[in-house]
Structures are given as structure tokens and as C-alpha cells.
Design a protein around this ligand. Structure first.
Ligand SMILES: C[S@@+](CC[C@H](N)C(=O)[O-])C[C@H]1O[C@@H](n2cnc3c(N)ncnc32)[C@H](O)[C@@H]1O
Length: 500
């Protein structure tokens, strides 16, 4: 199905399809592999049990990884070093020079620690190992068991095949860590033709502006991204209303920002609709407004984290993105969606989340579903369940479909399971609400059975709507007022042959 070979894109080795790959609706598993080696994250960053050599004191994790590597048999060490493929890597050269200088500076009478000596006697191997960790290792962080966000990290690991995958900001595959934290699964999410390269997103920020994405990749992985989106002539995340709209024209077009460079002032492309060229003043104006909005969003984000989102509600309501399909628009809509949800204004919340999804899909294309899009869809369902149960059902259905494409069907994945439970919840409540089928005496019996005391969950019983006291294992998905209603609901679900 795949092979590791030189890529046509000039990015060294990569994973290439040896036949056409069709993901269908459940995606297609192309790689499942156990880590060659796992490097646990240092809890206290002190370097573990062994003493960290002086020159590595600022980066105890690197030393802990090296120490772990030294315990491996030669065959594994060889496979780890084989992942290194840079011919003339500036970071490797800089580290090599630094270590040689350090070694030369030690005078003969000075007593040096045995671990330090070990590295200084194997500078080539140490540098190669460090570069493999820096450029090839991947984080091992499966979802929390209840599907409520990411779980604890198992550290980082190296893989023979997955670590040979190149990055794209419009990838055709996704990868994730299996629940035991030891393996990576790679899945195709769009059709991949024979000889085409399989790519993944390294950073999870595909909706950020090009300079931001490139900078993040450079910081984390030390390379300048040359994927189709980054190498295009314009930044597809930054579009601005047509200049003629300043004077009430009918043109509904927009200008993309030309891909920024260090040497040239920012410029906008001609309007995609009327072809009008923007003036320098207009470019200056929209750039200034964009910068102001970035600052405002960052500030609101941090205030919302510390003091709660409601404390900045007026500022969030006033957020005004440059264009409905600018990446900042998505950030504005997400903040508004969360705010309205916190205020209990679910209709407005749902409208904002729906706009955030539209914006993501318009920028990334309808053929690309990222996990973040699926989670926004889930937030849309969370808001809609208070407004329109049928629409909530559709939003959860889209969430489940998208997550199944990326993480596989079968409901063993915590994210899929969690979204599935929410879908079942709204399906069940719509059955009860629409058919009024719950016999009155059963409803009353349930309520009568309910023990005294305050409810322990914020959610109503899935069957009768009374305050619930029996939470189930995961989030707000299913909760009941009493054991009797729980059993009834479980039976109803079983009878409809739906697993949960
Ligand atoms: C994990 S390795 C992938 C395998 C690598 N191509 C090889 O030959 O070993 C990551 C390295 O691949 C290259 N690379 C991956 N994706 C890239 C991209 N989108 N643009 C430019 N270089 C990329 C960079 O050199 C990066 O440091």
C-alpha cells in the first residue's frame, strides 16, 4: 500500500502510495506501528536519576533521552540513527562545533564526569541522535478515556515509518496515538493516487496565517514549510473585503493577501470579482486593523482563561473580523459561541459556531476535515440541543462522521464514543419529545423512586427531564433521575440496536 522512498517534492524521504488509496467514509488505516522507543517526559526536568553534564544543564530532557537511548541494543540504536537524513543541517553543525569547542577547552588536569566523557567521546552519534529527537520524534498523547479532550502525555517516541512522513498544511492523512500510548495509527482521509506522497499535519494549526504556521514549524521542527498552501502566491487564511465596498459598491469580492516576504511591504491581490487593484492606503489600513484585532483576540483569550469569558462579554460581542472567511473570523466566532453559551443564549451561540465551521470549511476546502472542525461541530450540537433537537442531531451526526473518518469506526475511540453518546442522547430525547411515548405511570414511578438530595449533574434525566442524580461515565452524555429510568433508556437503545 505504501513505501518509504525519495519524494518528488525534494523533501528527502517520504511515505508514498504504491496504489490508489480510497478512504471511503470510515477513512483508511495505512500504518499502525509500535514505537521503536518511547522517551517519557521528565516530571521535574532535573534529568532523571543520572547527573546532567554541565553543557546540557539547560536541556535535561535531551540528556534523559540520550540516557534512555544508551540502554537500547545496537540494532535499535541503528534504526533510530537511520531516521536522520539531513545532509548539511545548520542546527547539527552548530551543536557539533559547540561540543568540539567545549571538549578542546577542557584542560588535561581537569577531572570530568563519566557521562560527560561518554558524550564528548561520541560527539557525532550524540549530535545525530539529538537531531533525530528534534526533527523526527512525535508526541504520544492519546485522548482522555472519557473523550473529554487530550489525556496525559506518555512522552515522545520514534517510529520507523510514521517518522518518515512529511508535513503538509493540507494533509491527506491524519495520525494519532493509540490509547495505550505506545503506537501511532496513520489514516488516509482523502483519495491518494498511486505515487502520490502521504502527508500529515505536524502542528495542528492549519487555520493560522502562513507566517504563523511556518514560524511554529520552524520553532518546533527546524524547517521552512514548502507545502502547497505555504508555497502559494497568496495566504488563503487572510482575505479582505473588496476596496470598492468602502464606497457602497455592489461588489461582493475580496482581496487575498499576497504571501508576505521579509523584503517587500505587504500587498493585496486584485479583487477576485471586479478585478480592482487596492491602493497602498487601503492595504495599510486593513493591515493595521488586522494587527489590532490579533492583539484584541489574544488579550480576550487570556482574560477569558483567567477571569471567565463573561467578564469580557461586551468586547467579545464587538469583535469585527475583516472578512467572514478570514482565519481571525473563525477565532472571533469561536469566542462568541463560547460566550453566548456561557450566557445561556444558545441560539446566538449556535449561530456563531455555525459561522466558525463555515469559515474553516471555506478556507480549508470541503474535502478536508480536521479534528478541530469536528470538535467545533460538536460545540454546535451542544448549543443546538437547547434550541432545535433535529438540528442538534444533524450537528452531532456530522461530528461522528468526521471523527470516524479520522479515527475509525467501531466506537472504541474515546472521541468517537463521546460524540456517539451525544448523538444518541438527542436521538432518544427527540423520540420521547416527539412521540410522547413515555407512559405516565412509568414516568411518575421514576420520579417517585428518585432519592432526595441535590442533583449531582447539571443535566436533566434523559427520560423525564427531572434533575438527574445518576451520572454516567462520560461528560453530559447520559444522565438519569433514577435507576429505573436508566434501565428503561438502556433497553430502548438496545432495542434500536445502537451500541454505546
Ligand atoms: C520527520 S522528517 C520527514 C522525513 C524526512 N523527509 C526524511 O528524509 O527523513 C521531517 C523533515 O522533513 C522535511 N520536511 C517535511 N515536511 C516538509 C515541508 N512541508 N516542507 C519542507 N520540508 C519538509 C524537513 O527537512 C523536516 O525536518
Amino acid at each position: 500500500m505504501i513505501e518509504i522512498t525519495q519524494t518528488k517534492s525534494g523533501r528527502g524521504l517520504g511515505v508514498v502510495a504504491t496504489e490508489d488509496l480510497h478512504p471511503g467514509i470510515f477513512g483508511l488505516k495505512v500504518i499502525t506501528e509500535e514505537a521503536l522507543i518511547v522517551f517519557p517526559t521528565l516530571e521535574d526536568q532535573s534529568g532523571g536519576s543520572s547527573k546532567v553534564p554541565k553543557f546540557l544543564e539547560p536541556c535535561p530532557q535531551v540528556y534523559a533521552d540520550w540516557y534512555r537511548y544508551l540502554q537500547e541494543p545496537q540494532s535499535i540504536k541503528d534504526r533510530i540513527l537511520m531516521l536522520y537524513n539531513e545532509i548539511d543541517c545548520p542546527q547539527a553543525n552548530a551543536l557539533k562545533n559547540y561540543l568540539h569547542k567545549y571538549k578542546d577547552g577542557i584542560n588535561d588536569t581537569e577531572e570530568i564526569d563519566k557521562d560527560e566523557k561518554q558524550i564528548l567521546n561520541h560527539i557525532g552519534e550524540f549530535v545525530q541522535f539529538t537531531m533525530v529527537i528534534r526533527f523526527n520524534s512525535v508526541e504520544l498523547q492519546p485522548p482522555a478515556r472519557d473523550g473529554n479532550g487530550p489525556g496525559p502525555s506518555y512522552g515522545h517516541g520514534l517510529f520507523d515509518q510514521a517518522c518518515k512522513m512529511n508535513h503538509s498544511c493540507k494533509p491527506n492523512c491524519v495520525w494519532f496515538t493509540t490509547q495505550d500510548g505506545k503506537s501511532k495509527e496513520v489514516r488516509a482521509i482523502s483519495i491518494i493516487r498511486k505515487h502520490e506522497e502521504l502527508t500529515v499535519d505536524y502542528n495542528g494549526n492549519v487555520l493560522d496565517a502562513t507566517p504563523q504556521r511556518r514560524d511554529d514549524l520552524f520553532q518546533a521542527k527546524g524547517f521552512l514549510c514548502e507545502c502547497v498552501r505555504c508555497a502559494a502566491d497568496h495566504d488563503d487564511t487572510r482575505r479582505f473585503k473588496c476596496i470598492t465596498q468602502q464606497t457602497n459598491s455592489q461588489c461582493t469580492g475580496y482581496h487575498f493577501l499576497c504571501q508576505p516576504t521579509y523584503s517587500k511591504a505587504p500587498s493585496l491581490m486584485d479583487c477576485n470579482c471586479c478585478g480592482r487593484r487596492p491602493t497602498e492606503d487601503y492595504v495599510h489600513k486593513v493591515m493595521k486593523e488586522e494587527m489590532k484585532l490579533v492583539r484584541e483576540i489574544n488579550e480576550l483569550d487570556s482574560i477569558a482563561d483567567t477571569d471567565g469569558i463573561v467578564s469580557v462579554k461586551d468586547r467579545i460581542k464587538r469583535l469585527d473580523p475583516p472578512h467572514t472567511y478570514h482565519s481571525l473570523a473563525e477565532k472571533c466566532y469561536l469566542l462568541q459561541g463560547e460566550l453566548y453559551s456561557a450566557l445561556g443564549e444558545y441560539k446566538s451561540s449556535a449561530e456563531a459556531f455555525a459561522k466558525a465551521i463555515d469559515c474553516r470549511i471555506e478556507i480549508l476546502g470541503t474535502d478536508y476535515w480536521s479534528q478541530a472542525t469536528a470538535f467545533t461541530c460538536e460545540r454546535l450540537g451542544d448549543a443546538l440541543k437547547y434550541v432545535n433537537i433535529e438540528e442538534a442531531e444533524e450537528a452531532y451526526r456530522r461530528t461522528v462522521r468526521a471523527l470516524e473518518l479520522m479515527r475509525g469506526g467501531g466506537h472504541s475511540d474515546p472521541y468517537v464514543k463521546c460524540a456517539m453518546k451525544k448523538l444518541l442522547t438527542v436521538q432518544q430525547s427527540s423520540v420521547v419529545l416527539s412521540s410522547d411515548s413515555l407512559p405516565r405511570e412509568e414516568c411518575l414511578k421514576g420520579i417517585a423512586d428518585a432519592p432526595e438530595g441535590p442533583p449531582v449533574t447539571d443535566f436533566p434525566c434523559r427520560l423525564c427531564g427531572k434533575p438527574s442524580i445518576i451520572p454516567t461515565s462520560s461528560r453530559d452524555a447520559l444522565s438519569y433521575c433514577c435507576e429505573f429510568h436508566k434501565q428503561m433508556h438502556h433497553t430502548a437503545v438496545r432495542d434500536r440496536s445502537i451500541a454505546f
